[in-house]
Design a binder for this molecule. Structure first.
Ligand code: PFF
Length: 445
């Protein structure tokens, strides 16, 4: 049977941008900007995306499209008889680890969307927003039920396949997402006192830059662009042969960054207008924003829009993570896609339930000194992604023959190969050093 593939440039783009734009942009990016000095952080982030990450996106696409295989098989095909396929396995494990906590946050988002729909008719009690959030996440049953529902939606989409599932729904969801983000940006910019927030975002204060800020920027760029765990290798394996990989990689990087900055513009002016510290941290989205929405004109409607945005962004990312695992298991063990998705979903839901419980009743259970939720987060973002990213650049830069890389980069010599030498140089020398430095810092911290 012919392997499924995306229908063309736009189809690939909405799917990869969908994967990239997620809670990382809307939840993690704004609070990192807040904690790391605003515009200076953004500038460093941009530099990393352009210089280090774009070539890595291309590399992952090359590995995937060259082999038309899942992330483990791809390494087996390109490096038969070597241990390189472990990199693929690490990717699958990383995907599962991210899913184990990300889907819990997806469940919270669902809960908050429904709440905000109800608040359109009645005002929330402002004094207890923080308590409400804590109560919800620590309760033993409620967040798990939301997580199950959230998983169900994702499972349905992945079961439908690449073209008729992931691509089809991304084509609908991504434009909606974009329009809603723009609406939110306009609302935020028209708030009185928005200026200060914009200055924070766009006027760099270089005295704020230190190694911690630089490292946070690179780590965030990796997470946000879904790099280092075979996600783009898997999506790459469904890219039609005639598409230009460099163009796709650049468009993905730019669109993801644009969304992150728009999210910053949507959130920071409101935060400043209400005199809240930009360093609020992870609670920003679930505690601070509902408070702001409750106090601005039409805020209740915008709250619904905001949580709908968050939900869509989370879904288009989770389906990409599920596809990494699904493609591997169904191709490795020749199991039908639908059955594989069902198995993966049940497994992820069980792991996610433990993460969810670790916010409350299982709080005292520690894995390497961390709660289960934090353990999955730390394991994936701080260990498996950088490790995977490092392996991928070494694989492309030092193991694969340059001619093979060039051949796939230029679509078998039919394209000019613009920027090939620059990309190759970065992959060989700059990217490995940059990732190694971040990695060392993360594990030594
Ligand atoms: N890029 C996603 C985000 O910014 O939320 C998270 C993610 C998705 C990471 C898919 C890795 C991945 F493979």
């Amino acid at each position: 049977m012919k392997r499924d593939e995306f229908s063309g440039f736009f189809g690939v783009l909405v799917a990869t941008v969908g994967s990239a734009v997620g809670l990382g942009n809307l939840w993690r990016f704004p609070y990192l900007v807040g904690q790391n000095g605003g515009a200076a952080f953004i500038l460093i982030y941009l530099a990393f995306v352009l210089i280090v990450c774009m070539p890595i996106i291309v590399s992952e696409f090359i590995i995937g499209r060259r082999t038309n295989a899942n992330t483990v098989k791809a390494f087996q095909i390109l490096a038969p008889g070597t241990p390189w396929s472990i990199v693929g396995i690490v990717g699958v494990v990383a995907a599962l680890a991210i899913l184990a906590f990300y889907t819990v946050v997806g469940g919270w988002t669902f809960d908050y969307l429904v709440r905000s729909v109800m608040y359109v008719f009645s005002k929330p009690d402002l004094s207890s927003l923080e308590q409400q959030f804590t109560q919800m996440v620590t309760s033993p049953v409620r967040p798990i039920l939301w997580t199950i529902l959230f998983m169900g939606v994702n499972a349905f989409i992945v079961m439908c396949g690449i073209k008729k599932g992931i691509e089809k729904y991304s084509r609908i969801m991504m434009p909606v997402l974009f329009v809603m983000v723009v609406m939110l940006v306009i609302r935020s910019l028209t708030l009185e006192g928005a200026r200060e927030g914009l200055e924070f975002l766009f006027r760099p204060d270089f005295s704020k830059i230190n190694t911690k800020v630089v490292l946070a920027a690179l780590g965030q760029a990796f997470f946000s662009l879904s790099l280092g765990m075979g996600c783009l290798i898997t999506y790459g394996s469904y890219i039609p042969k005639q598409e230009n990989l460099t163009k796709l990689a650049f468009s993905t990087g730019i669109a993801d960054t644009l969304f992150a900055i728009l999210a910053g513009i949507a959130i920071m002016p409101a935060v400043f207008a209400f005199g809240i510290s930009p360093e609020e941290g992870p609670g920003l989205v679930f505690i601070v924003l509902p408070r702001i929405f409750a106090q601005i004109p039409l805020g209740n409607v915008f709250a619904v829009i905001f949580f709908a945005i968050l939900l869509i962004a989370a879904i288009t990312s989770v389906i990409s993570l599920m596809e990494v695992v699904t493609a591997y298991i169904s191709e490795r063990f020749t199991i039908k896609r639908k059955i594989t998705v069902a198995i993966v979903s049940v497994f992820v839901t069980v792991c996610a339930s433990f993460s969810s419980l670790s916010q409350g009743v299982l709080q005292e259970v520690k894995v390497f000194g961390k709660t289960i939720f934090d353990f999955f987060d730390h394991l994936s973002a701080n260990i498996l992604l950088p490790l995977g990213g490092l392996s991928i650049v070494i694989f492309i830069g030092w193991y694969l023959k340059k001619e093979v890389v060039y051949d796939e980069y230029t679509n078998q010599g039919t394209l000019k190969g613009t920027l090939f030498n620059a990309c190759y140089f970065i992959i060989r020398y700059i990217a490995p050093v940059a990732i190694a430095v971040v990695f060392l810092d993360l594990i030594l911290r």
